[in-house]
Design a binder for this molecule. Structure first.
Ligand SMILES: Nc1ncnc2c1ncn2[C@@H]1O[C@H](COP(=O)(O)OP(=O)(O)O)[C@@H](O)[C@H]1O
Ligand SMILES: [Mg+2]
Length: 253
């Protein structure tokens, strides 16, 4: 018995169809068509400048789509607005961490939990569901003791952890992480690994950008390799990383 297209579509958390992003003469994402499996951890790899961040920026609405579309949970989208993306079930972190530097860690969490309503976050009283979730997430990333500090006082690794805690606070289906491990000390790196694996256990779909081959092999169920904004390879991680054209793309940089 063959399944309908709609049923088959349910296998994918996200699809792109002919996605294009052009900066002057550079096609950063060049008519890219991919389908990301639902559930599990998918990595996006490729040399510097291959379009990885641009793709995540388009999927999260940070950059407008020039041509093509994104299909999220069966809904075709030609326009994704950044603050709409949670309603589409998507959240993300940035390669360059973005926080409210002049606010405490606690308020940074509550702003997300109260749906980015800064006033709502400041009026929020202890004892609510949002407060207990904020505490749970800050404990999870090991920043509970620093809850009263301003975000600007944090170290680089702590900033990344806070950004991940904020992403986890969104409680969406699809999480996009742009180089979550870059520049982290081993102990912090281990913590982030566990956070991603826990999300996977909850049945979420995780897409992350990474350069470190050991981390890619260890964490990914599926992999897309980009080169100059185009798809060079995709598939099961160990098989794809053994392909000559993939090895060559890396050695060539
Ligand atoms: N905002 C921008 N303005 C102009 N060019 C950009 C911009 N963002 C990315 N690019 C260009 O698009 C290409 C892909 O960049 P990027 O997506 O950041 O690559 P990656 O994340 O794989 O290193 C590069 O050539 C880069 O210089
Ligand atoms: Mg990048």
């Amino acid at each position: 018995m063959s399944s309908s297209a709609a049923e088959r579509g349910q296998e994918y958390a996200l699809e792109t169809k002919g996605l294009l992003k052009q900066f002057a003469s550079v096609k950063a994402i060049n008519h890219l068509t991919i389908a990301v499996p639902r559930g599990g951890i998918t990595s996006i790899v490729g040399p510097n400048g291959s379009g990885k961040s641009t793709l995540i920026n388009m999927l999260s609405g940070t950059l407008p789509i020039d041509e093509g579309m994104v299909v999220l949970d069966g809904t075709a989208l030609r326009v994704i607005k950044p603050y709409d993306s949670p309603s589409h079930g998507v959240t993300r972190t940035f390669q360059e961490v973005r926080l409210f530097d002049q606010m405490s860690l606690w308020d940074n969490m509550l702003v997300v939990l109260t749906k980015r309503n800064v006033l709502g976050a400041l009026l929020e009283r202890a004892g609510t569901a949002h407060s207990s979730r904020a505490q749970e997430l800050l404990e999870m990333v090991g920043l509970w003791d620093k809850r009263a500090a301003f975000a600007e006082e944090l170290s680089y690794g702590q900033r990344k952890l806070l950004e991940i805690a904020r992403a986890l606070a969104m409680d969406v289906k699809l999480y996009l992480f742009d180089e979550p491990f870059a520049g982290l000390f081993p102990a912090v790196l281990e913590k982030v690994k566990v956070l991603l694996q826990d999300l996977k256990k909850e049945g979420k779909t995780i897409i992350f950008i990474e350069h470190n081959m050991d981390l890619i092999r260890e964490l990914s169920d599926y992999i897309f390799v980009l080169d100059s904004g185009e798809l060079l390879a995709e598939g099961e991680v160990h098989e794809v990383l053994a392909r000559p054209e993939v090895i060559e793309a890396y050695l060539g940089t």
